[in-house]
Design a protein around this ligand. Sequence first.
Ligand code: AMP
Length: 221
Amino acid sequence: MEGAGPVFVVLLGAPGAGKGTQAKYLAKALEVPHISSGHIFRVNLQVDSELGRKASDYLARGELVPDDVTIGMIRDRLAQADCGRGAVLDGFPRTPAQAEALDELLGERGARVAAVLYIKVDEAVLIQRLSGRWMCRQAGHVYHQLFNPPKAPGVCDVDGSPLYQRSDDTEETVAHRIAVYLRQTAPLIEHYRKRGQITEIDGGQPIEVVSRQSLAALPEG
Ligand code: AMP
């Protein structure tokens, strides 16, 4: 993809589908930033910024943060210099209004969404994955107590930071987040399908297989 214009890739899929894991892989392969809207919110919550305070209740309940707040945040992030060659978007857009805003934001830069990967996983598997999930404090690297344990318990293999369980990964909030996804985000699959941009990938396969298929689905990938 050397010499081509910026490459913006959108990952769609339910919570627990593996978007974060695959986004990290693709961002590294494409040498572009990985932008996780959920991670940005969590970091802001930790430092108790104005954005963090605005998002806090929504995250705790597993609801979507209002579009104006979320779109403003992504606008600021995409304006940073490291997005000049593109980005892998993980968790954004999540509503039709966000998808429209993304088109506008990229259009202002003479860019567009290059590909949309829909990582599909059965609901029962999602719940199992989320309730055993651990993340690192520093960069959000993801582990699972059964399926993908860290080498040393409680410590991130990549950066050595402590692992924690997300407070919205409780069984009750997980079920609600999946319902929110089905109601508000799943319609985007049809939106991008109509534009001929969706590649569906079976997210129930081993991580490396999903990664390989994801990379192969990108233009010139
Ligand atoms: P995630 O890490 O992607 O599972 O996101 C965690 C939480 O952050 C979600 O349950 C929402 O409360 C919030 N969030 C993340 N991305 C968005 C978005 N694009 N729109 C609204 N809320 C979001």
